[in-house]
Design a protein around this ligand. Structure first.
Ligand code: NDP
Length: 329
């Protein structure tokens, strides 16, 4: 029985192209569990893998999709049985293994997480890696002492996927949220998610001139990196932490060490890809309890497999607002 998949192929000149094709179960890579995929999504990395690959994809033809959620169809692993609802993010699935942009996926049981109570496969992919990572960032900040009464929390790249989910989670937990955006037209959207302050990107995007500025932020979820992260470090309150999640604005870090030495600022690295199983379970449970579903609904842009090449290009240009929810069926 054939089914639909979004397949990226590379021609003799090294040019990639992506199209929906019919494939069969035997085309799928080895793994213990076959999942009937219901939903996937579009993250920044998916944008790379849908195009020339950004160095992430080695072998073609390739089925991208770093996230998937669906129902177990068959399993050779005792932990999973047909009918189980599961979610998969990270582990380089969709990069060096075939991913979620297909109606079926064969995956490693170790890569799956059972869907927590209160979250549907649709909810899970509205959240996706971007939202899961936003949750990890909030958990890391709180593990390092962030509390709602310690002051405003900055979210950079706020109208993007990580930023939107971080904004909604933080606001729902009682934090005062300031969102940095380069798209002023998203201000109402960010306020609807719970941001009370909108910071224009150009206000905070310049390279550090003074190593320390006014102590302003009690915490930061940073999806942007680059010059913005350098600036933010000098604006953190004494002992506060920045969760470094992304590099939408650049992989460099033009900064000084002064905020670390004179203000005890912490820079916390957040990785979603190799996150251990127990913490994944904890993070998904926290998503189910901390992210208001009405806010999640406001972030969603629905899509199908055929929309992915365009959406992939858009996310690389920073033009996707919130989260894309891909119904693969
Ligand atoms: P999105 O494209 O949805 O969001 C990124 C946002 O960053 C944009 O919406 C935009 O927000 C802002 N932005 C884009 N370009 C620039 C720029 N040149 N300068 C400043 N701001 C910019 O992507 P995601 O939210 O999915 O991912 C965000 C980042 O996090 C990516 O770099 C991604 O690779 C990384 N990431 C890392 C993970 C990890 O495990 N560490 C997991 C998931 C993502 P606005 O319009 O509001 O300014």
């Amino acid at each position: 029985m054939s089914f639909n998949a979004l397949v990226v192929r590379k021609d003799d000149e090294g040019k990639t192209s992506a199209q929906v094709e019919q494939i069969e179960l035997e085309d799928l890579p080895a793994g213990e569990v076959v999942v009937a995929v219901e939903y996937s999504t579009v993250n920044y990395k998916d944008g790379l893998c849908l195009g020339p690959g950004g160095g992430l994809v080695r072998d073609y033809p390739h089925v991208p999709g770093i996230d998937l959620a669906g129902t177990v169809e068959s399993s050779d692993d005792a932990r999973y049985s047909p009918g189980d609802k599961v979610v998969l993010t990270g582990w380089r699935v969709g990069e060096n293994r075939w991913g979620g942009y297909a109606q079926k996926a064969r995956v490693k049981a170790d890569h799956l997480v059972p869907l927590p109570d209160g979250l549907s496969t649709r909810d899970a992919m509205a959240v996706g890696t971007a939202g899961f990572t936003a949750m990890l960032a909030v958990m890391a900040l709180e593990d390092h002492g962030l509390k709602p009464d310690t002051g405003p929390v900055l979210v950079t790249g706020a109208a993007g996927g990580v930023g939107s989910v971080a904004t909604a989670i933080l606001a729902a937990r009682g934090y005062e949220v300031a969102g940095v955006t380069g798209r002023p037209e998203t201000a109402d959207y960010l306020r609807s998610l719970g941001a009370t302050q909108i910071v224009a990107r150009e206000e905070i995007n310049e390279t550090v001139k003074r190593p320390l500025e006014a102590e302003t932020w009690a915490g930061c979820v940073d999806a942007v990196g680059g010059a913005m992260l350098g600036r933010v470090l000098g604006q953190m309150k004494y002992g506060a932490s920045v969760a470094a999640v992304g590099l939408a604005g650049g992989a460099g870090l033009p900064a000084t060490v002064v905020p670390f030495l004179l203000r005890g600022v912490n820079l916390l690295g957040i990785d979603s890809v190799m996150q251990p199983y127990d913490n994944r379970v904890r993070a998904w449970q926290r998503v189910a309890s901390d992210l208001p579903m009405d806010k999640l609904a406001q972030m969603i842009q629905p899509a199908g497999l055929g929309d992915l090449p365009k959406l992939g290009a858009n996310i690389l240009k920073g033009q996707v607002k919130g989260r894309v929810l891909v119904d693969v069926n």
